[in-house]
Write a protein that binds this ligand. Structure first.
Ligand code: CA
Length: 324
């Protein structure tokens, strides 16, 4: 009898643990583990994988030869030595655009920690040193192969989280980025809502087009940075990726975070909430890292987080997130 009770308790605990694990918010490595290694480099992605992120993010822009390049900006000059290697190739605004270079040319560039082009100094002073070691940019296909390869060799199932960058600008320049990215995702087996991928974009009209015209069945995340019509977004998106400041607008006189009504509205419409960006070296004024994560996960109840420090967010999610 004692044995039976013990077994039943074990099964119950096991069941609860499984349920708990299934309900945990997702940890999304923002530009890889970019708090530690230069953003959007394969080493930063491998480190994020090693830190057991649930999803790894890819920002995607096009090259001159329509290759899908993983980089945050349409410009090359804040994370590479393009200005030194191709000094005559800036546009009139002085900027170097990925779209003006072939993939072969871009492969010759050294990538590094993000820096300010006016001063040449690092944006995040405490991160990986500028211009050390040897980092390169890579394609979306190469990154998917890295993640899928690691999924095979480790037996884990880490997802991808691509963002289509500036689709309207790409179109003005004569390049249609969305069908290209969706085609690559399909080539690697990401076609259905249940596949381990979220596709994100800031452009409302484009994400709607991806759903309604391009007939993309993947889970879509509408990124946002200002007020928007939640009901309208709920008609085509699985969730929203709001700026943290849209959820926590500041702190009150007692130092407590002030929470907006956005999350409640989004939840009422069945939308998932994956805010950006958790940075231990770029926290909202007056809020500690621990307080920020506790507010986001345990008070607001977000479903995931974009994190520059996926090890820190992972530890919080695994040990301090209260079950919903
Ligand atoms: Ca992004």
């Amino acid at each position: 009898m004692k044995k039976l009770v013990a077994m039943t308790i074990c099964m119950l605990i096991g069941g609860c643990m499984a349920l708990f694990a299934d309900n945990l918010p997702i940890n999304i490595a923002h530009r890889g583990a970019c708090g530690y290694l230069p953003e959007h480099t394969l080493p930063a992605k491998a480190l994020a994988y090693g830190m057991e992120a649930d999803f790894i993010e890819q920002d995607v822009v096009l090259t001159k030869d329509d290759r899908a390049l993983v980089i945050h900006d349409i410009h090359l000059d804040t994370v590479t030595d393009v200005a030194k290697k191709f000094p005559g190739r800036a546009r009139e605004d002085g900027r170097f655009y990925a779209l003006d270079f072939t993939l072969a040319e871009i492969r010759t560039l050294k990538a590094c920690e993000r820096f300010d082009i006016a001063s040449g100094s690092a944006v995040f002073a405490g991160r990986f040193p500028l211009w050390k070691s040897d980092f390169r940019l890579h394609t979306l296909e190469e990154e998917i192969e890295l993640i899928q390869g690691l999924n095979k060799s480790t037996g884990r199932n880490v997802g991808i989280y691509p963002e289509i960058k500036d689709p309207a600008w790409h179109r003005e320049q004569g390049h249609d980025i969305s069908p290209l990215v969706i085609g690559i995702l399909a080539d690697y087996g990401y076609t259905r809502a249940e596949d381990n991928v979220y596709l994100q974009c800031f452009d409302f009209a484009e994400l709607k087009r991806i759903k309604n015209e391009l007939k993309c069945e993947l889970k879509l995340i509408q990124l946002t940075e200002e007020d928007f019509d939640v009901a309208e977004v709920a008609a085509y998106a699985t969730g929203i990726g709001p700026w943290i400041k849209q959820l926590i607008t500041g702190i009150d006189k007692d130092g407590r975070p002030v929470i907006s009504d956005l999350a409640a509205k989004a939840k009422a419409h069945g939308l998932k909430i994956h805010p950006y960006t958790f940075r231990v070296d770029g926290l909202p004024a007056g809020i500690s890292a621990e307080q920020l994560l506790a507010t986001l996960f345990n008070q607001i109840g977000v479903d995931g987080i974009f994190s520059d420090f996926p090890d820190v967010s992972r530890d919080f999610i695994r040990t301090r997130v209260k079950q919903k």
